[in-house]
Design a protein around this ligand. Structure first.
Ligand SMILES: Cc1cc2nc3c(=O)[nH]c(=O)nc-3n(C[C@H](O)[C@H](O)[C@H](O)COP(=O)(O)OP(=O)(O)OC[C@H]3O[C@@H](n4cnc5c(N)ncnc54)[C@H](O)[C@@H]3O)c2cc1C
Length: 425
């Protein structure tokens, strides 16, 4: 049923729907597919002009690369291994070779320093094996505290490139429960795979949800092109979007949900990709170069992955936040300066274009993935609790040990759809 009405000069078409899913990333797609398999008719509203959210294969530089998720983590239990198989999409082990070199302010790091560095990296796992976290949670920085001011920051710095966040803001308990396992890659693009998996769903692009009312018997979801009334809503926008207030809730979200959100925040893992042509400075395709002038300013570069004319820089934490806020041109200048010091000044001439999907400043992501604050390790479960019997929050942030990943988002989306079925039973 479609009716028309108008509020404050704006015209709305109020459409009746069964379930509205907000967000067409991995969680939203999984929720919609699970609902559809159960005979429901979900509508998916997506703010962007594309599907996939933080799983995005960027083709803007000609050669493609995954600007968001790249690895199918913990492949032994990750649903994307089977989804890829079902769709006939190849997955592969992470390409090895190419070599790994470490630099300090553009100069190769001495072997002894590299060894010290590698030993320091292993400290987090060693500490987690012996520390007693049953009494209280602590930050990873605190966990490493007795290593001293010289070694602790080095030990923690690897987290900038994995969690995308400073160690003082990461809950040790939450970190400890994250699933581990083998990593696979999708040569044709993880983002492309996620997009392809959504075929057949009713996904409406360019529909930014601005407000959600859940005070009546159902839910009313407001977008600039109209309101949609539904029996229930599964909300899969990132935690950063929920915390930003970009979606107005009437009534406000319950205290337990707001408390859960207060215990989570977004990390800032970021990739900056350069299109390059010409000289490759004797580097083997797939070489990895790590610049670590200071522990808090680490940038890893994947050089010519799979032989492509592309170089991808990664960084995280406050360093990535600053670069994101500076914008693509400054980001380009910064990474080109770093690489010119590392491989030679001639590198500048090979750079033809930049692509910088800065997740931290992206209004529909507001960061890379959710990080749990020390002392708030129950926040993920609390965030997934149904609201008013008709509103469910799902996404990587609610995925427990699978948090921060595409696989986790998919499992969380499926779980939310299953919860909805139980609520309606
Ligand atoms: C740089 C980077 C590297 C990563 N690497 C990996 C990796 O190697 N492996 C891995 O598994 N994971 C990785 N991740 C994390 C992974 O991408 C995410 O955990 C996962 O994609 C999240 O899926 P989701 O469905 O929960 O959220 P999203 O994919 O963010 O989907 C939410 C959707 O909601 C939409 N939306 C936002 N606001 C609104 C609104 N107001 N109205 C309507 N729609 C809205 C968004 O546009 C988005 O499409 C990485 C992420 C980044 C940023």
């Amino acid at each position: 049923m479609v009716t028309a009405f108008s509020v404050a000069g704006r015209s709305f078409a109020a459409t009746d729907a069964d379930v509205v899913v907000v967000g067409a990333g991995a969680a939203g797609i999984a929720a919609a597919q699970t609902l559809r398999a159960a005979g429901r008719k979900p509508i998916v509203l997506e703010a962007r002009g594309r599907i996939g959210g933080r799983a995005f294969t960027d083709a803007s530089l000609g050669a493609t690369y995954d600007a968001g998720a790249m690895f199918i983590h913990w492949a032994e239990r990750n649903p994307w291994v089977q989804i890829a198989r079902d769709l006939g999409v190849e997955t592969a082990s992470e390409p090895q070779g190419g070599g790994f070199r470490v630099f300090t302010d553009g100069r190769p790091m001495a072997d002894a320093d590299r060894r010290r560095r590698r030993d320091a990296f292993n400290q987090i796992d060693r500490r987690l094996e012996t520390v007693d976290l049953t009494g209280r949670d602590m930050s990873i920085a605190e966990l490493l505290g007795d290593l001293g001011p010289d070694s602790a920051p080095v030990a923690a710095s690897g987290l900038l490139l994995s969690i995308g966040e400073e160690s003082s803001r990461i809950s040790a308990r939450d970190y400890q429960r994250l699933w581990a396992g083998d990593d696979l890659v999708v040569p044709s693009g993880y983002g492309n795979l996620v997009t392809r998996s959504a075929a057949g769903l009713d996904i409406r692009l360019n529909q930014t949800v601005e407000a959600i009312r859940w005070d009546g018997s159902g839910v009313t979801v407001a977008t600039p092109s109209g309101d949609i009334r539904a029996n229930a809503c599964i909300l899969t926008v990132p935690v950063g979007v929920l915390k930003s207030g970009a979606i107005r809730f009437t009534p406000d979200l319950p205290t337990a949900t707001r408390d859960a959100l207060a215990g989570l925040h977004m990390g800032a893992l970021t990739k900056i990709a350069l299109k390059v042509e010409g000289d490759r400075f004797g580097l083997t395709p797939g070489a990895s170069l790590l610049e670590t002038g200071a522990p808090e300013r680490m940038m890893n570069f994947d050089m010519y992955p799979d032989g492509k004319d592309i170089v991808i820089g990664y960084c995280g934490g406050d360093y990535a936040r600053k670069i994101s806020e500076a914008g693509p041109e400054e980001a380009r200048a910064h990474v080109v300066d770093l690489l010119a010091k590392m491989v030679g000044a001639e590198f500048r001439k090979t750079v033809k274009a930049v692509s910088f999907p800065a997740w931290w400043t992206d209004p529909f992501a507001r960061g890379s993935y959710s990080v749990c604050d020390p002392g708030h390790e129950k926040a993920r479960e609390a965030l997934a609790q149904p609201i008013g019997g008709r509103l469910l929050i799902a996404g990587e942030a609610t995925a427990g040990g699978g948090a921060m990943t595409v696989g986790g988002a998919t499992l969380a989306g499926r779980a939310a759809a299953a919860t909805l079925a139980r609520l309606k039973a």
